[in-house]
Design a protein around this ligand. Sequence first.
Ligand SMILES: Nc1nc2c(c(=O)[nH]1)N[C@H]1C(S)=C(S)[C@@H](COP(=O)(O)OP(=O)(O)OC[C@H]3O[C@@H](n4cnc5c(=O)[nH]c(N)nc54)[C@H](O)[C@@H]3O)O[C@H]1N2
Ligand SMILES: Nc1nc2c(c(=O)[nH]1)N[C@H]1C(S)=C(S)[C@@H](COP(=O)(O)OP(=O)(O)OC[C@H]3O[C@@H](n4cnc5c(=O)[nH]c(N)nc54)[C@H](O)[C@@H]3O)O[C@H]1N2
Ligand code: SF4
Ligand SMILES: [Mo]
Length: 738
Amino acid sequence: MGTEVKKAICRWCNARCRVLVYVKDNHLVKVEPDPDRPTPTWPSTKACVRRVMAKEWWDHPDHLKYPLKRVGARGEGKWQRISWDQAFDEIAAKLGEIKEKYGAECVGSTLGTGRTVDEYRSRFFNLFGSSNNCGQGTICHGPRAIMFKALIGWWPYVGADPKSKCYILWGREPSHSWATVWYHIRNCKKEGKKLIVIDPRRDESASIADIHLQIRPGTDCALALGMINVVINEGLYDREFVTSYCHGFDQLKEHVKQYPPKRVSEITWIPVNKIKEAARLYATHKPGAIIDGMGVEHLENNAEYIHARLSLAAIVGNINVPGGEVLSGPHPKALTANEIEAVDLMPEGQKKKMLGSDRFRVYTWPGYDMIQENLKRVWGKRGGVFAFDCQASAPLVYRSIISGEPYQIRALITLGSNPMITQANTKLVYQALKNLDLYVVVDFVMTPSAELADYVLAGASWMERPCIWDGYNNANYLIGGERALPTSIEGEYEHRDDYQIWKELGIRLGQGKYWPWNSMEEVLDYRLEPMGLTFDEFMVKGGVDRPPVDHEAYKKKGFATPTGKVELYSTILERLGYDPLPAYREPAETPISQPELAKEYPYILITGGRHRPFFHSEFRHVDSLRKRHPYPLVQIHPETARKLGIENDDWVWIETPMGRCRQKCQYYDGLNPRVIHAQHGWWFPELPGEEPWLHGVWESNINVCTNDDPGRLNPLLGAWPLRTFLCKVYPVRKTRHL
Ligand SMILES: Nc1nc2c(c(=O)[nH]1)N[C@H]1C(S)=C(S)[C@@H](COP(=O)(O)OP(=O)(O)OC[C@H]3O[C@@H](n4cnc5c(=O)[nH]c(N)nc54)[C@H](O)[C@@H]3O)O[C@H]1N2
Ligand SMILES: Nc1nc2c(c(=O)[nH]1)N[C@H]1C(S)=C(S)[C@@H](COP(=O)(O)OP(=O)(O)OC[C@H]3O[C@@H](n4cnc5c(=O)[nH]c(N)nc54)[C@H](O)[C@@H]3O)O[C@H]1N2
Ligand code: SF4
Ligand SMILES: [Mo]
């Protein structure tokens, strides 16, 4: 066989570039940008160092080839190769036993940032009868997705639209996190469009912005309410849209009287005139789009911030106009991921057992049912992927494993996440994983989480599975990617794709009739059937389908909310027992809320601003990438650092009341001197895997310092904070290690 070229979609980061995978005799040669499907990712695909290292990643000795079973004690690092049949048989038997003895709810799963194919996970768990899936959706995109759906009846899967005249990057730094948006924003600036950046750091976006609001971490909700106050007081809102299409404007108007610019300035550290300037610029340069990110989703007050910022976008008239925030609805024909998740097969009684569904009612079953009913009425389909829009609250899941309260989760399956690094409060996660009866990890390499498992299964990467992508069923477009490489080659490696894994477990647990498709390609044929195409035909036609968006749809059908309007005053939140209007709350751990603690821990810690070339905890083992960024970095204002006797490049301890870890100091004057910014995602694959090392999980992993106390979780969502902690920093005494 000669060289074949497969049209795939890269899932090594969220850009999801369309790429060509060159394959010779079933083996990977290289990954190149796809010139026939270039927009909008072309520049970033071309420049991408991860794409270039594809072969190095694939051939790396750490790349798992076969399923492994633990033979020593948990965490001892002793493993035995087993067959997939043995793995599936034993795991399914154990899951069945737990279900029988304790109930299906005692089995859960952890999700990562959504680069896996989670509709099959959902299907498996819905059929199994457990809704205890938990993970990153609760703090990443999920908050915006569910709040938007509750308040406005769909989530605009916001990229960057060239028709916008003004952007707000709100807690989003695309120069590091989202190359395609960054490329686009820079072009827009050249065309004279306006840019407002709201970020405690002055990074690349802020340096080209018209206005940079250097906000005190954690106070964004107050700022959004203050901007609404200015827009209303100065009459800068869209009267027609507000009168005809918004519910609760008068209540909002009354409510924001509590947030005059002066008070908001005191809360946020932003000068009054800048708050006013930003509100005016945004309200008068239309259409405009707010592109918000993890700077705001990782806050205790995240749901309320989203509510406020959506209200701001609505009253100035930026909803559904071209270049604004556009609700596309689902793809009109193809079956969505949600339609094959089998959500309705989950028994009612089991739904209610989802951990957190009594306390965090928006992001769990009660809210899901209420919200989706409206989406179905207007769009004909539900929105989103269930596994992402409705999750158990992870901090409660880990606590249940340890305490047995309200019941004990006994088995977890981790597929596509690395909770020992990425979940808040690593010590708690560690205790929980150690306490499980069964822990299964599906991954590409031995991560610190995998080291604690009973079974580590060698997962198939995006190159080994086909896909269609529709923005987690939030967008109306489809892009397709072919399977480029076989999932196994006899004598070389044996991987399994997500579909095979969930299906094989499902079949062994009596779900056989629900898994009629033999391969992922067959499921995709089924999903594209309403378009009159097979998956192969779709790919031959280019693998992209972008139906037009009807910007006027809401005028005919109304918004998919109970009132049919944008709910500034939310009837859903009211029915769920929450404040129907968004209010600012001071985060639990700041110099204002905890002045005593601040004497010992005087600085505000923010974590996890993205850094290239890594993606969360991934790729630390890939030499060509690691050379570009060998160590974890903590950004400290030089004034602060000097006061503490810290030189640029010194190793320093970062300590919170939860714990400490060390990173290298990077002098950074783009921060307020009272704020410290530490990277996340760090472990050292080169250090031993067995305990106590676990590949250096305790060395530089900032989640040792983060706090997921249930009292701090967002009351609507159960989301945990990853930014805004009190900390101190001090030099590390020189050691031989590191
Ligand atoms: N302190 C702090 N913590 C954070 C953040 C922060 O800003 N600060 N950010 C949070 C956010 S937004 C997110 S999304 C999370 C990310 O959290 P995670 O998703 O847990 O992080 P990743 O490192 O991407 O972990 C993914 C793991 O899955 C594996 N993997 C990748 N693709 C596949 C696949 O296709 N199949 C299988 N089987 N495995 C795969 C990778 O090898 C890796 O080990 O981290 C969160 N954690
Ligand atoms: N290179 C790389 N790219 C990635 C990822 C990666 O791990 N590496 N992860 C991907 C994932 S899953 C996600 S979710 C996205 C996230 O990408 P982004 O949404 O851009 O998130 P971050 O870079 O974590 O944070 C954005 C900004 O928030 C600021 N910030 C911190 N605290 C606050 C606050 O209280 N208020 C405000 N307004 N801002 C604050 C930080 O200073 C930072 O500049 O990136 C994706 N892209
Ligand atoms: S890793 Fe590179 S090629 Fe892959 S999706 Fe991200 S930017 Fe695109
Ligand atoms: Mo994320």
